[in-house]
Design a protein around this ligand. Structure first.
Ligand code: ADP
Ligand code: MG
Length: 564
């Protein structure tokens, strides 16, 4: 799109305001412009906390010769053209405000060159007024230099902090974009020294290494979730990486959120992530997390605040829940067995070498295998059964201490994996009922059952329509025979809608066929249950993400009994 001044009608709909609050805001706007220009390399130089000089050089598409001046007109942008475009903003910029706002409070020079040209266009502005236009050699891309920021706005200058503080804001902005765009090579020079350099490999972990260091990077767990919403159309994708509780921070400065690649602040998302760490981090500690969310543009409004860092979701509940669950699941699945009464930094994992073994913050880092961003595998130590507690928990001894296993949660996990496995191989074990049973449904249940009874067949239910709001059940999955399968079906119809129905059905069957809490088990039954749990792919949690077991280490026992 060419650069055009926006229609006044659109301007009135754009959250207006000054975008240049401090040097870091200039860096943010310029880096966003470079990213919008599809740059794969962006270099940022600053002097004197950004007040003396900020220079951003990119290898993006450049600005055509005849359009450079327009870029400095208020509300001139190449990124949106109509009101409709406001509804689906995919670029980082769209207000056409940054360059004129910066030029109004500093001295600006730009040299820009588009593909196929041997020389670029140069333009100098002082107090927003164009002083010179010329041409100058420049590879494809744009170099924008901002000098003497706020020199003529003493009120702003007065509010700036020390150059060190301003530098740290600048470094933070560049770090966030480096995490946001791992495929872009970023270099930040502060007062002539390299403060950050990322390889642009496209791997998030490589950016994490440069921004937070190798030690933190070794303690990050990958997250991923692709969820379809009710109508099956809306997609909420989540990718990123979150810190194991062993690497927490004492403030929220290490929570990064990107929505459709826009860096945003969101109290809602921060809260969702912190909720996911509930019980895993001590009071006053905060996680490290980098969360990328992708969702349809109509589902999120970025036009809330002039700096575009705040967003509004159409469905806050849904976003909150999905983020919280995704992070929680990663933490629980990838983490060692929770230790009774342990603080988050003293997890001791089961002795599998492939697993991220964290004993304490200091020695964990040296005992780790060479950095590999793969998902750690989970497995159990061999357990010797000692007995049953409260008819609900199996007590066992493992290599390093005492284990308490929640018999229902453990059995649910075993059955859940078995059911999914059998279904995928079309080997579901079915039990025919002695007499077919009629199953009556209300209108709402009927709607759901109508569209799902064939799917239920994949799991071993033989159900057929039998007149008005009545179905005939001829067979049920073997695991549910003699159980309350009708109750299970009713409950299932209640929450089975779009979404991942297969997962929901498997979970429901597992839950209803698993041994209950309060059920006395024989030694052989307990033994069998634990053997099967040892075979499970994810033995540490039930399908809902609750732990199947907790551990009291021998070290803790010694401590509790005053032996150490
Ligand atoms: P916005 O980003 O909201 O469109 P800006 O004032 O930041 O507004 O930029 C105005 C226009 O100048 C942009 O729409 C874009 O066309 C052009 N522009 C700015 N920076 C660059 C750059 N680094 N590379 C290519 N074009 C740029
Ligand atoms: Mg911009």
């Amino acid at each position: 799109m060419t650069i055009r001044v926006l229609d006044p009608q659109i301007v009135s709909r754009i959250a207006a305001g000054e975008v240049v609050e401090r040097p870091a805001s200039v860096v943010k706007e310029l880096v966003e412009n470079s990213l919008d220009a599809s740059a794969s390399q962006i270099s940022i130089e600053t002097m004197g906390g950004g007040v003396i000089l900020i220079r951003v050089t990119d290898n993006g598409i450049g600005i055509p010769d005849g359009e450079v001046e327009f870029a400095f007109d208020r509300h001139a942008t190449s990124k949106i053209g109509s009101l409709d475009d406001l509804e689906s903003i995919s670029s980082l910029g769209f207000r056409g405000e940054a360059l004129p706002s910066i030029a109004a409070v500093a001295q600006v020079d730009i040299i820009t060159c588009v593909a196929g040209k041997s020389s670029g266009t140069s333009l100098s502005l002082k107090d927003g007024v164009i002083e010179n236009k010329g041409s100058q050699g420049h590879p494809q891309g744009t170099t924008l230099t901002v000098r003497n920021l706020f020199r003529r706005v003493p009120a702003r200058l007065k509010f700036l902090k020390s150059p060190t503080t301003e530098n740290s804001h600048i470094a933070n902005v560049v770090s966030q974009y480096a995490l946001d765009f791992p495929e872009v090579k970023f270099t930040l020079f502060i007062d002539g020294k390299v403060a950050l350099r990322t390889p642009g490999s496209g791997q998030l972990i490589d950016s994490v290494i440069e921004v937070y260091g190798v030690e933190i990077a070794q303690n990050m767990l990958e997250i991923r979730n692709d969820s379809k919403w009710e109508n099956g159309a809306v997609y909420l994708g989540i990718t990123g990486t979150v810190g194991s509780p062993a690497v927490s921070r004492s403030n929220r400065g290490c929570l990064s959120f990107f929505i459709n690649r826009r860096w945003v602040n969101s109290r809602l998302l921060a809260w969702a992530v912190e909720e996911a760490y509930h019980g895993l981090l001590p009071q006053g500690k905060h996680p490290i997390a980098i969360i990328n969310i992708s969702l349809p543009h109509q589902e999120v409004d970025v036009n809330v605040h002039p700096t575009k860092t705040e967003v509004k979701f159409q469905n806050e509940h849904r976003v909150f829940g999905t983020v919280q669950k995704t992070v929680r699941r990663a933490l629980i699945e990838l983490m060692p067995v929770p230790q009774i009464g342990a603080t988050a930094t003293t997890y001791v994992s089961t002795p599998e070498p492939r697993q991220a073994v964290l004993t304490s913050p200091s020695d964990s880092l040296t005992s780790l295998p060479p950095l590999a961003p793969q998902t750690p595998m989970v497995s159990l130590p061999t357990l010797r059964i000692l007995g049953q507690l409260l008819s609900s928990y199996i007590i066992a001894e493992g290599r390093d201490g005492l284990y308490l296993i929640d018999q229902h949660a453990a059995h649910e996990r075993i059955l859940f994996e078995k059911i999914k496995h059998q279904r995928s191989r079309q080997e579901v074990e079915v039990q025919g009922l002695l007499e077919p049973v009629t199953f009556e449904v209300n209108p709402k249940e009927e709607e759901v059952l109508k569209s799902h009874y064939q799917k239920l067949a994949e799991f071993g239910f033989s159900i057929e329509p039998f007149g008005d709001k009545t179905y005939l059940v001829r067979a049920v999955p073997l695991v549910l025979y003699n159980k309350d399968w009708a109750g299970m079906m009713r409950q299932l119809l209640d929450f089975l809608s779009g979404g991942d129905w297969a997962e929901t059905i498997a979970m429901s069957i597992a839950c209803h066929s698993a041994v209950r809490a309060g059920q006395t088990l024989t030694d052989d039954e307990m033994d069998e249950l634990v053997r099967q749990l040892e075979q499970a792919a994810i033995p540490h949690t039930c399908p809902h993400g609750r732990p199947t077991m907790i551990r009291l280490s021998s070290g803790q026992l010694e401590k509790e009994f005053g032996r150490s």
